[in-house]
Design a protein around this ligand. Structure first.
Ligand SMILES: *Cc1c(COP(=O)(O)O)cnc(C)c1O
Length: 352
């Protein structure tokens, strides 16, 4: 792989929890181009610097683009690990298919990421909960205004050191159950990690924040009856001893943390069911004391306990507003595998 070095490296920020999320970017990026004649080509590592685009570039007008999110961890033995990257490449190619973006070679980007991480190893923070966030993205780069799939694309990977999601201790989140706005519909793009999904959910997010909530809990678009997911997290409930998560019906993003959580729970004897969960069922369980826990799963937070939610003006507190037993067990086990504090029994960590 070609590596174009920069003459002067950037000054690194202090690697503490003030890093926040996605505010600092490393010295280098991986890039690869696509055109019809050559297919995906010109994979290389180059200085991360601003790139110029014509204002008629497709991505600015029709949002034909997709992304991924994963993390590299500094492990307790000093090695560097990435959590299940193969799952992210496979999902990215599925998102590509949905958005008429040509399939990319997974081995090339995997090698690109590996080389990039080796070059940027000093950018991986090591305090508990911190990580190097990895953002692979594909954008349509053809200069044209016709509403058609682009014939040119740019694949890039940028890296950002991030602080612990729980920098201020573990505060369970407050969710507003959204019964007007819609994020995704079956047949739409909810299953794909595509750019437009996030633009269209900002309005509900802002209104929820104004009312003092952290995030929105989405319901299905057709009936506003079934729980779907949170902004960038899949949703789990513990109802009467059973762990329940909404089935992947087509409008829900198939999270890799979700998949890992289900597997770990099942392997350890928990009862897990993937099925449709109505908001009425959750409310009813809460009313009769059977809603034991609620949490979200996603790469950024890993596991995020839900302390309360509001539905149609009524407030429901989960587990006294504290993190539950299963939530905490999952957090310890998944982060344990990621940081090397627990054995990686399933071979989920790719060592760099
Ligand atoms: C990325 C994402 C998730 C979480 O997926 P992970 O693979 O676990 O990080 C959940 N929902 C949405 C809408 C997402 O974009």
């Amino acid at each position: 792989m070609q590596i174009i070095k920069r003459e002067v490296l950037k000054e690194k920020p202090v690697f503490d929890n003030k890093l926040g999320f996605g505010r600092y970017f490393t010295d280098y990026m991986f890039t690869m181009k696509y055109n019809v004649e050559e297919g995906w080509h010109d994979a290389k590592i180059e200085p991360n610097a601003p790139v110029q685009f014509d204002l008629a570039t497709t991505i600015f007008h029709y949002a034909q683009g997709i992304f991924e999110g994963m993390k590299a961890f500094k492990r307790v033995d000093g090695s560097i690990g990435v959590f299940r990257p193969g799952e992210n490449w496979a999902r990215m190619n599925r998102s590509a298919e949905r958005m008429c973006i040509p399939q990319f070679p997974e081995d090339v980007v995997e090698e690109g990421l590996e080389e990039l991480l080796k070059l940027e190893k000093d950018w991986i923070p090591s305090l508990p909960g911190t990580a190097l966030y990895i953002r692979p993205t594909i954008v349509a780069t053809k200069v044209m205004l016709g509403v058609h799939a682009s014939t040119e694309y740019l694949f890039f990977i940028i890296l950002s050191p991030v602080g612990s999601y729980y920098a201020h201790g573990l505060e369970p989140t407050k969710l507003l159950v959204e019964d007007y706005y819609t994020r995704a519909t079956v047949g739409g793009t909810g299953e794909a990690k595509c750019l437009g999904n996030y633009a269209c959910s900002m309005k509900a997010g802002e209104e929820a924040e104004k009312k003092g909530f952290d995030q929105v809990l989405w319901l299905d678009a057709q009936e506003k009856k079934y729980v779907e997911e949170v902004g960038s997290m899949n949703m789990f409930f513990v109802i009467d001893g059973e762990v329940v998560t909404p089935a992947l019906v087509g409008s829900i993003l198939p999270g890799i943390t979700r998949k890992s959580a289900i597997y770990l729970l099942q392997q350890n004897g928990y009862r897990v069911s993937e099925r449709r969960v109505s908001i009425d069922e959750v409310v009813e369980a809460s009313r009769c004391g059977k809603l034991e826990e609620a949490f979200g799963t996603g790469t950024a937070a890993v596991i995020s306990p839900v302390g309360e939610f509001e539905y149609k003006g009524e407030r429901f507190v989960v587990n006294g507003g504290k993190m539950g037993e299963i939530t905490s067990w999952l957090y310890d086990n998944i982060t344990g595998i990621q940081y090397g504090k627990k054995p990686d029994v399933y071979g989920w960590v790719k060592k760099i």
